[in-house]
Design a protein around this ligand. Structure first.
Ligand code: GRF
Length: 208
């Protein structure tokens, strides 16, 4: 699996995925880091590990088709065959969702389908979870479709919401889980154990 990781922020999930490939628990090569921001911390992480970085933002294009075409040719130039979104703040163009159908995943810091959708990102998710009085939150890895956070769910992991939690303390507890969940979910794809049947994800037993 030749993986591109898209990230707009610090890139701790990028790091967790890369570490899993280096440890050998995830059989994939991270061949490209895509970011929309010059200031993203993920750039330093990628550079440190000699992973090529493609800095591209739709904001720099007048024509959305030109943006999609450039993004697609960047992915093709690196031979990318799977995309992991890890804190990526831009919508993926429909052409790319179509080209990589079933081969783009995202991680969301809550138990989807709850607390997802447009505008539900970053601290807002954890604020909403705490405000709702839920006693459990967690992280979800899902397949990306044309909408926000609606694609089939691959794996989820839950964490407790504690009575004295702040959005920050809850975010930290969820992020720790994300770092294990995301490489595990990607490994299922790399081992060809994921079967997508419409909106249902079936996980095959490992070949022992
Ligand atoms: C994570 O909480 C992820 O769930 C969300 O954005 C955050 C990214 O964190 N989509 P990092 O950049 O991987 O540290």
């Amino acid at each position: 699996m030749r993986l591109a990781i898209f990230a707009s922020g610090g890139g701790s999930n990028f790091q967790a995925i890369l570490d899993a490939t280096r440890r050998g628990t995830l059989c994939a090569d991270v061949v490209l880091c895509v970011t929309n921001s010059d200031r993203a911390g993920v750039i330093e992480r990628a550079t440190k590990h000699s992973i090529p970085v493609l800095r591209i933002s739709p904001n720099d294009y007048l024509d959305a088709d030109d943006y999609s075409a450039d993004l697609l040719s960047g992915l093709d130039a690196s031979g990318v065959d799977f995309i992991a979104l890890a804190g990526y703040m831009k919508i993926i163009p429909a052409e790319i969702v179509e080209r990589f159908r079933g081969r783009i995943v995202n991680i969301h810091p809550a138990l989807l389908p709850a607390f997802g959708g447009k505008g539900m990102y970053g601290m807002r998710v954890h604020e909403a979870v705490i405000a709702s009085g839920e006693e459990t939150s967690g992280a979800s890895v899902h397949v990306v479709d044309e909408e926000y956070d609606t694609g089939p769910i691959v794996l989820q992991y839950s964490v407790p919401v504690l009575p004295d939690d702040t959005p920050g303390s809850l975010a930290a507890r969820v992020l720790e889980v994300e770092h294990r969940l995301y490489p595990d979910a990607l490994a299922l794809f790399a081992e060809e154990r994921i079967v997508l049947e419409g909106s249902v994800v079936r996980i095959k037993r490992p070949n022992l």
